[in-house]
Design a protein around this ligand. Structure first.
Ligand code: NAP
Length: 274
């Protein structure tokens, strides 16, 4: 068994991105929009700002109260789209119920959409064209697998969870790398059997899903899930202590996909389109 050390790989990527940013004449400027008082969102936004500043990417947070109108928010995004000094825009989700998340995402310029969530970027991914940006978490997972030289071409991959931010783009990105992909969700039958025969398993669910009897000695397990257990300890979708000795590679929580997501986002934030 080998641990896929996301913390270490992320640190290497961040150094590489910092070197690239240092060499740029025009520095990237990431603007993060935060709406409302969600404490988890505040932490995520501040972490992104800190990560950006550490590698020389200018970053600004624009905060709005949760009473902001959809129109005002969309107007602000349009203003940022038109501002040549802003190279990346990220709207922290979730948004208050009266704001249509899809409208917000569709308003962001695809060339500044560092999350890779706009229809143009998602559509390009699906038809096999290069999007301006790939979504951070799946891109970070592929960077992690590549760092450990884990073969993707021809691999049987099971992705569990079909969110727009992780599961769906992850499945598509594996498909684009010539893997055979099974995308699973809460209605999937015989999940155990699908996991058992897969070469690579990516679990993005948010509860304990992957247990020892489902895996084999050649399994590569990527645990995206992150939540607090009943004791308040951060945990993932995989029964780590029991599964770890029985598989070939496994990513821990914390220290696996989490740092890779941040590094991948910073990689995106360092890209400037004119
Ligand atoms: P999500 O929107 O929370 O959706 C969960 C997915 O899991 C859904 O597609 C759901 O299926 C599926 N699911 C639920 N129960 C299932 C079951 N018993 N068997 C199979 N599939 C099941 O997904 P998300 O936003 O991608 O988040 C998933 C987890 O990843 C969360 O813990 C989140 O915190 C974590 N996450 C971590 C990072 C990171 O950087 N480490 C980044 C993003 C997310 P249905 O579609 O049928 O409901």
């Amino acid at each position: 068994m080998m641990i896929l050390d996301g913390k270490n790989v992320a640190s290497k990527i961040l150094t590489m991105v910092k070197n690239k940013v240092d060499s740029l004449d025009i520095k990237p400027h990431l603007v993060v929009i935060l709406v409302g008082n969600n404490s988890a969102s505040k932490i995520y936004v501040n972490n992104k700002k800190l990560a950006a500043e550490k590698i020389g990417i200018r970053s600004s947070i624009i905060e709005f109260p949760d009473t902001i109108s959809e129109e005002t928010l969309l107007d602000k995004i349009i203003e940022l789209n038109n501002n040549p000094e802003v190279t990346g825009i990220l709207v922290q989700l979730p948004l208050p119920k009266h704001i249509d998340k899809n409208k917000v995402v569709m308003t962001i310029s695809p060339k500044k959409d560092v999350d890779g969530f706009t229809p143009e970027n998602v559509g390009k991914l699906v038809i096999g064209l290069k999007p301006y940006f790939y979504p951070a978490t799946p891109q970070g997972i592929l960077m992690l697998l590549d760092e450990y030289c884990i073969p993707i071409k021809g691999a049987d991959v099971v992705v569990i969870g079909r969110s727009n931010i992780v599961g769906k783009p992850m499945a598509q990105m594996f498909l684009n790398r010539d893997a055979t992909v099974t995308l699973c969700h809460s209605y999937t039958k015989n999940l155990d059997e699908k996991i058992k025969t897969a070469d690579i398993i990516v679990s993005a669910v948010g509860k304990k899903i992957v247990r020892c009897k489902m895996v084999n000695k050649n399994s590569v397990i990527i645990d995206v899930g992150i939540y607090k257990d009943v004791n308040g300890k951060l945990t993932g979708d995989v029964d780590f202590n029991i599964v770890e000795p029985t598989v070939k590679y496994i990513s821990p929580v914390p220290g696996g996909v989490g740092p890779m997501t941040i590094a991948s986002l910073m990689y995106n934030a360092s890209i400037i389109y004119s």
